[in-house]
Design a protein around this ligand. Structure first.
Ligand code: NAP
Length: 334
């Protein structure tokens, strides 16, 4: 497994991380046994970074990771690093009502996560979206206190813009910024990525397959189950979906010429954007995981990169990456 380092102060991690969200929420039913087998297979293949959020299935995802780590061979369990997001407020019905970044809330969230994970520390801890009512300095300061107490190893950020990243980095060392980045979500390239680089902050990229949209497996007539995020995501609606899948068809031609899959091409493209970027792969099955890991063997030369960017030019996607109400929570989009 190739290794990358998260920023100048962060840990060394596998060049691909496993994002576990879809094993508990947002993409329809997941199979628990297959989810655990997928985490085990990821650890076996040398993946060390497991990404989760305490609100993914309201604790379900952390308990799943805890079980997978408990039942994994000791050697891979010891190498595994947990990256946990917190702060999202939920309703009994499963809705999202906002974010809480007050220092006491941060410490409360962390206490529950440590309990669910069955761990004495969290490797990377971050608020999922900044709380607009709490200065980011206070939220980051509270995580820094958790670091000082040994409960957290490194501080991360999620979906923040350049200015907020600077404010956070002025409080304490920030290891990584977790943010959406893919062939069809390139918004970070203008200001956020250069700022992260200037500050020595790594990037853990999510949505590298745009939630399956550019995986090559998403069909034009796919029926989504109730509660699937993609059922409300603008890029998966009507004409937007058809337009975006046309882009995937163009990408497929390049992938076929190289003898690799569409998903591997999309992941390899993100890997090619810099040694400071670690794609988080949302595989929920061993089959999808194996495909994703195969991207590490795909080399894209200059001609490949030009062809890929001609097939999927900057800004080519139709539709925003979140519904309007969720876009409003994205500091990175302001
Ligand atoms: N910080 C944030 O705001 C934020 C937001 C979202 C996610 N995340 C994190 O980032 C992780 C990854 O995000 P994501 O799940 O949206 O990413 P993704 O990798 O873009 O999408 C995962 C989806 O792609 C499909 N897929 C098809 N082929 C695949 C392959 N070979 N490997 C992996 N997936 C394949 C999967 O479909 P099937 O399972 O249906 O086959 C799954 O539904 C999440 O698990 C979460 O930890 C963070």
């Amino acid at each position: 497994m190739r290794i990358r380092t998260l920023g100048t102060t962060g840990p060394q991690v596998s060049a691909l991380g496993l994002g576990c969200m879809g094993m508990s929420a947002l993409y329809g039913e997941a199979d628990r046994a297959e989810s655990i087998a997928t985490i085990h297979a990821a650890l076996d293949t040398g993946i060390t970074l497991l990404d989760t959020g305490d609100f993914y299935g309201m604790g379900h995802n952390e308990l799943l990771i805890s079980e997978a780590l408990r039942t994994a061979p000791a050697a891979s369990r010891e190498q595994a690093l947990t990256s946990v997001k917190f702060g999202a407020l939920r309703t009994v019905e499963g809705g999202f009502t906002g974010y809480d970044g007050r220092p006491d809330a941060v410490k409360n969230f962390a206490a529950y996560s440590l309990q669910r994970l069955g761990a004495d520390h969290i490797d990377l801890y971050r608020i999922a979206r900044v709380d607009p009512d709490v200065p980011v300095e206070e939220t980051v300061g509270a995580i820094a206190e958790l670091v000082a107490a040994g409960h957290v190893r490194h501080i991360g950020m999620s979906e923040v813009g350049a200015e907020t990243l600077r404010r956070a980095a002025a409080v304490a060392p920030i290891a990584d910024l977790q943010i959406e980045y893919s062939l069809i979500s390139r918004g970070i390239e203008d200001e956020i990525l250069p700022t992260a680089r200037e500050l020595g902050i790594g990037v853990t990229a999510y949505g590298v397959l745009s939630r399956g949209l550019i995986s090559g497996h998403f069909t034009r007539d796919r029926q989504l189950s109730p509660g699937d995020f993609r059922g409300i995501s603008p890029r998966f609606q009507g004409e937007n979906l058809q337009h975006n899948l046309d882009l995937v068809d163009a990408l497929r031609k390049i992938a076929e010429q190289k003898g690799v899959s569409v998903a591997q091409t999309a992941i390899a493209w993100v890997l090619s954007r810099g040694e400071d970027i670690v794609p988080l792969i949302g595989a929920r099955t061993r089959e999808r995981l194996a495909e994703a890991v195969g991207a590490l063997d795909v080399t894209l030369d200059d001609a490949d990169l030009t062809a890929i960017e001609q097939a999927v030019p900057v800004g080519a996607a139709a539709g925003e990456r979140y519904p309007a109400a969720q876009m409003a929570h994205l500091d990175s989009e302001h």
